[in-house]
Design a protein around this ligand. Sequence first.
Ligand code: BGC
Length: 441
Amino acid sequence: MEFSKDFVWGAASSSYQTEGDREGRGDSIWDEFCERPGAIRNGETGEFACDGLRRYREDVHHLKQLGLTAYRFSISWPRIFPEGRGVPNQEGLAYYDRLIELLLKEGIVPHVTLYHWDLPLALEREGGWRNRDTALAFADFAGFMAQHFSDRVQHYCTLNEPQCFIGLGYGTGEHAPGATLKGSELFTCAANALLAHGLAVQAIREASTKSVQVGAASTGKLCYPLHNTVENQAAAEAASFQIDENEWWFSHTWFLDAILLGSLPPAMQALTDCIPSEDWETICQPLDFLGINVYNGIQVDENGDYVERITGYPRTSLKWPVTPQVMRYGLRWLYQRYHMPMYITENGQASNDRIYLDGKVHDLDRIDFLHRYLLELRDCCSEGVPIKGYFHWSLTDNFEWNNGYDERMGLIFVHYPTQRRIRKDSAEWYAGIVQSNGRLL
Ligand code: BGC
């Protein structure tokens, strides 16, 4: 078996990174964070981004032309509830209605993420993720959206990468809102995110008329073995879920153990201490799939020690190492621990792509990256791990958070001054892979 017959091939984006149109919504924590001197490379912001709100038809047209059958995007919470709760903004709703109706007309399945980091600023003023009420407000928002979309949307991700919006947003301060909390203050934010997830799952299921598929998108450390021995594989598997004290938040363990296993390992006792015991039942809800965002992994030896990378190791423009083996092994470890069907909800690489003299964007490095990662993903599927689909991050170049616009991750190049879209070579290559359901790899 290679990729299953009904394997889903898609691409992904998020609201703040692509939509622009700041006037049409309430402010989010990213609007404020971007104004902080030095927070974002080149002082850039998501105010205009890719003007996706006005150019979504063109973007859906590209999805269609490339033969993609699914689109993962997120709903901007402050576009629907400018103050985080209260009266919904009808224009905001109408935008998502138009987008979804067009996708359905083109035969492209919408995969909706409800929180991709753009928390309404009004809620941050009340404490943001430090405040338990944010979890309750999120559940109301999630339930409202599920009811509104009714039978038009069947796939929901609650949270995107709590590892990052908690760890980078409230821990290291590299992401919005730029807080640098420590100890129990930071663990409380994580506990509130866990509660938000559980409450949202319940709210989505209650509000939906048709059967819905609900999951969450997780990221974190994954390890792969230096040698292909049983011992080294076991060491890589164990290391993947081990908590690194100073970077506990960058692990799948705290998030997925909590929401899927209903408990946390001893190394996360400090987080357990911040979770009221009566919350556990809510946090640990039955899910339909797991979304995994995979970019790179760490090689370990038989002792579980990290292997130093050779001098000149291949890296993307964000300096992330190219480690395709993480697809094969990391996903296997996740399946063995959580026994859940999975979507790769994000994978791709950053490059400083540019338009060549011939007017095209030749991104051979991205093709090589995807080729290597998809080969390993195929092997992972052949080994029996239930992978249901793959979403390339991202559909178009977009606002790469604190790294601004220099870092391009799209299949489609965006010339920001004119907002012109140009399909990169990788987009055409990916279309061929999609059409052959991976046989051309
Ligand atoms: C996030 C995306 C981001 C990508 C590349 C993921 O952590 O979900 O929003 O653009 O990685 O940094």
